[in-house]
Design a binder for this molecule. Structure first.
Ligand SMILES: [Zn+2]
Length: 259
């Protein structure tokens, strides 16, 4: 029986873990400790690690996990990522025969330029590209680059389960409500996700269908978001990537006002 679960790490990271009774594959294990504790308690081996991008809270476990389990480390081509055994590129399909798992690799630059997402078994492992009701900050790419990556995610099936690398959903919902407070789907989501967090349950995975109706950063083609961006930018006809850029800039400014 194959299980998928998010293991909490640091303050708000999730290490996504697939496993059966013997083997496991982990995505973005920035901290090896919670993963080792989970695997050892169940007598599981770690076959492989998948890395979405070079940030340390996604890669910090690589070396210790490789030493302990002799696992493969799949990652984009970036010398800042430690202990890599297999470089992945856009269009690759990587397979883990013992678990019957396979993932397509999709380049999703924007948060960082090396960022990739992994897609398989109805799930999207999008690292810091897409969050519950939010998206990653633009540390290395520009708005047009990130908007193109999000467009690629928008093309996935609506029932895709969205497995993000951080539990940022409540903060993202609070921002989304400031610009899209009349959206009934967003209001309903906020109530559900607040209840989940109050019960110490993850808000993830979400679905792409839910993100499409509630996540402003996936709605940059929508008239409501275009109107917001036109006001924000004092520009009558912003292009979709400019709408995305206005939303991202507004969120960055809002973040700066939060305690
Ligand atoms: Zn990151």
């Amino acid at each position: 029986m194959l299980t998928l679960l998010p293991l909490p790490a640091f303050d708000d990271n999730y290490i996504w873990l697939w496993h059966d009774e013997h083997h496991a594959v982990a995505i973005d294990p920035g901290d090896p400790a919670p993963l080792v504790a989970y695997l050892d308690a169940r007598g599981l081996g770690l076959d492989a690690v998948l890395v979405t991008h070079h940030h340390r809270d996604h890669t910090g476990g690589n070396r210790a996990l490789r030493d302990r389990y002799d696992c493969a480390i799949h990652a984009p081509d970036n010398p800042r990522i430690p202990a890599v055994t297999h470089i992945v590129r856009h269009g690759d399909c990587i397979r883990f025969e013992r678990l019957g798992l396979h993932f397509d690799v999709l380049a999703t630059p924007g948060h960082t330029l090396d960022h990739v997402s992994y897609i398989g078994h109805g799930c999207l492992f999008c690292g810091d590209t897409l969050f519950g009701c939010g998206c990653g900050r633009l540390f290395e790419g520009d708005a047009a680059t990130m908007a193109a990556s999000l467009d690629a995610l928008l093309a996935l099936p609506d029932d895709t389960r969205v497995c993000c690398a951080h539990e940022y959903t409540l903060s993202n919902l609070a921002f989304a409500l400031t610009i899209d407070g009349g959206n009934p789907a967003l209001i309903a989501r906020a109530q559900r996700d607040q209840a989940a967090r109050a019960a110490q349950r993850p808000t993830l995975p979400s679905t792409l269908a839910l993100e499409k109706t509630t996540n402003p950063f996936l709605r940059f083609h929508d008239e409501d978001m275009r109107r917001f961006a036109a006001r924000y930018l004092h520009s009558a006809h912003p292009a979709p990537h400019e709408v995305f850029g206005a939303l991202r800039a507004a969120k960055d400014a809002w973040d700066a006002t939060q305690p």
